[in-house]
Ligand binder design. Structure first.
Ligand SMILES: [Zn+2]
Length: 121
């Protein structure tokens, strides 16, 4: 591994989901705390993407740059006029889940709830 992964802002890579084989776009989106985004490669209008959005499924404003597609935070959602750029939405994988690792055993040990705020970052 000589090269670090592409830095944020360097554009999206067209690839395939290793689990379900769908065409997806992958990119680190964001300037400071970059998010590792895997989005469906199918392009939607901003309105259609917004309709599919929910708190765990964001959509992204897809810009064509000199260097290829580039996903941005969909800040355009806050505007009144519709965004002219295509949008892509987070990939929801329909592939088989990874092999379960003894989930039944760990579940039975959960007798004490973790109090809120115990985790300090
Ligand atoms: Zn998938």
């Amino acid at each position: 591994m000589g090269r670090p992964p592409a830095a944020a802002g360097s554009g999206a890579r067209r690839t395939r989901c290793p689990r379900c084989g769908s065409r997806v776009l992958r990119q680190l989106v964001g300037r400071r705390a970059a998010l590792d985004v895997t989005a469906d490669a199918g392009e939607l209008t901003a309105a259609a993407a917004e309709a599919l959005r929910h708190p765990n499924r964001l959509h992204w404003c897809l810009r064509q740059t000199r260097d290829g597609p580039d996903m941005r935070w969909a800040d355009c959602r806050r505007r009144l006029d519709p965004c002219p750029h295509p949008h892509v939405i987070d990939h929801e994988c329909t592939g088989p889940p990874p092999a379960p690792a003894q989930s039944s055993r760990s579940r039975s040990h959960r007798s004490t709830p973790v109090p809120d705020g115990q985790l300090t970052l």
